[in-house]
Design a protein around this ligand. Sequence first.
Ligand code: NAP
Length: 279
Amino acid sequence: LSAIILDGRETSNRIKEQLKIEIERKSIRKPKLVSIIVGNNPDADVYVRNKSRACEKLGILFEKCTFPENITEKEIVNVISSLNENSEIDGIIIEMPLPKHINANLLASTVDLSKDVDCMNPSNLGKLFIGNPIFIPSTVLSIMTILDSYSIELEGKYAVIIGRSNIVGKPAILQLLSKNATVTSCHSKTKNIREITKQADILIAAIGKPRFVDSTYIKSGAIVIDVGVNSIGDTIVGDVNFEDVKETAAYLTPVPGGIGLLTTTMLLSNTIKAFNLHI
Ligand code: NAP
């Protein structure tokens, strides 16, 4: 058995084509996304450059707002408030991590709900919780979209997620539940993790540990989604040991070229959703 590769690039290209057509059809104005970076944040710089390029290709305006490390919380809150009021702006993202003196939750709570394309505002997460979201966090949307593109049915399936972060693991639980999967969440304090993951029809790894999941974690014929993005020297590897798992899994996302690649596209999809709410 060799797994079918869930190709993030192909899915991403198809969605980008649809988004491009949608943007071209609307002549009122162009959608606009603003990214806020505070202090020295080289990781965010790379992500922001990728977002900027992706926006440009689709005809979405992109603006990077960079602030010095010593800016006060109040000053950034004021910046966000004025972006909220600007009717030419559709999406606002706050790049993490933030300097220690700035409360990320406070900033996220300031972003207008209809512009919160990264779904960081606790009120938007609350809407997700009750099953009535405006936006779904882009990484989770990417997971759901790739499963859907390969017509993978979720109802009645047993899904196990390793990782319980607010941006990936927890919202993924809610989305899988909304599709009638049965869901278990595992984390660093879970005992006998393999006994749990080996039952999974769908295993999602969002851990941040290079090649953590090998074939001993997997049931034969499972669907394996690798969210991890880990740098080893110049290479990027996932949380799943791809070479080892590909003989056991039925479907598998590669890293790179899987979830990460699609996530930027899903952020743009959320931006177009916001644009449609504003025009
Ligand atoms: P995070 O906030 O660091 O959370 C990691 C989670 O993994 C935590 O819940 C942690 O458990 C769990 N964990 C750590 N070690 C474990 C172990 N030995 N056994 C079981 N669980 C363990 O990370 P994140 O932000 O969710 O990101 C996870 C990975 O996805 C990273 O590689 C990140 O770069 C990547 N990522 C990718 C995208 C994308 O678009 N592809 C987007 C976001 C993140 P505790 O809660 O008990 O500490």
